[in-house]
Ligand binder design. Structure first.
Ligand code: PAF
Length: 281
């Protein structure tokens, strides 16, 4: 496995690779990322993982500064899973102030985008830059960041990018908490509480599968439960899975998404819900 930070060196290394698969990350890798790297191997012969904490996707009051940077440990974890680690510096990727941006679709202003203005513009812009540098035939994104996955899918579709977007399942701890680099910020008490987010999503899922269709009542009940337990809730929302538009009558593929703060840490999670053909919303 080779670790490369310079764009030209990476291009040279990948020049004759016929089937590059790309796993973009911000580092501080956990088993969820490693599962994406393993999945990547099924889609090509050369797995490239990037590690880059992208300033463009953090708001001025967000955790860019305190986002964990653990390159050495990350490379050790990727050894044997990736062929190349691309770990550029901010100067490598942004040698001049970035003035050209990808304008993401309106869905990017909703859900996480509502409380993180500009976040998905920063994500889409860096991902397109990385795609142009790595030129993969496929790229792997985790479903944990469901809205991000749909924004990237829309970008790939609408900008006619010549690559496949592959989605990896969310990995969970034994109690159900979705693995996330931000879990490391939680105190022991917060960590024990954190699973309440997933539990609430699961309860909405079960209620829908059991025939409940009063989605806003379900959303509000979950938000109230979390608030009562000391969370600050950004949103709990049931949406159409592919578009993330509000779920309409007849919709069968749904996703229940939530974002909420536990102390100083913002956690997100989601669960998909597939309603059988005879029981659509
Ligand atoms: O999901 C992430 O870690 C980041 O948003 C990504 C896709 C690597 C872009 O910086």
């Amino acid at each position: 496995m080779r670790v490369i930070s310079a764009i030209e060196e990476l291009r040279g290394r990948l020049q004759h690779e016929p089937a590059v698969v790309f796993v973009p990350t911000m580092g501080n890798l956990h088993e969820g990322h490693l599962a994406l790297a393993r999945l990547a191997r099924d889609h090509g012969s050369c797995v490239v993982a990037s590690i880059f904490v992208n300033p463009l996707q953090f708001g001025p009051s967000e955790d860019f500064g305190r986002y964990p940077r653990t390159l050495e440990q990350d490379c050790a974890k990727l050894d044997g899973l990736a062929d190349v680690v691309f770990a550029p510096t901010v100067e490598d990727l942004y040698p001049e102030p970035q003035q050209v941006f990808v304008e993401p679709p309106p869905v990017a202003d909703d859900l996480c985008g509502a409380s993180r203005p500009g976040h998905f513009r920063g994500v889409a812009t860096v991902v397109l830059k990385l795609f142009n540098i790595v030129q993969p035939r496929a790229a792997v994104f985790g479903k944990k960041d469901y809205q991000q996955l749909q924004v990237i899918r829309a970008m790939a579709r609408q900008l006619n990018l010549s690559l496949e977007i592959v989605a990896g399942e969310t990995l969970r701890a034994a109690d159900g908490l979705a693995l996330s680099s931000r879990n490391g910020f939680l105190s022991a008490a917060e960590r024990a509480e954190a699973v309440a987010l997933y539990r609430n999503l699961g309860q909405i899922r079960e209620a829908i599968l059991a025939g409940r269709r009063d989605l806003s009542v379900l959303e509000q009940a979950a938000a109230a439960d979390l608030a009562g337990r000391g969370w600050r809730v950004d949103y709990v929302a049931v949406r159409a899975a592919a578009s993330l538009a509000p779920a309409r009558e007849g919709e069968r593929n749904l996703v229940v998404l939530a974002a909420a703060w536990l102390g100083r840490t913002r956690l997100i999670d989601n669960v998909e819900v597939c309603i059988s053909a005879d029981k659509g919303l």
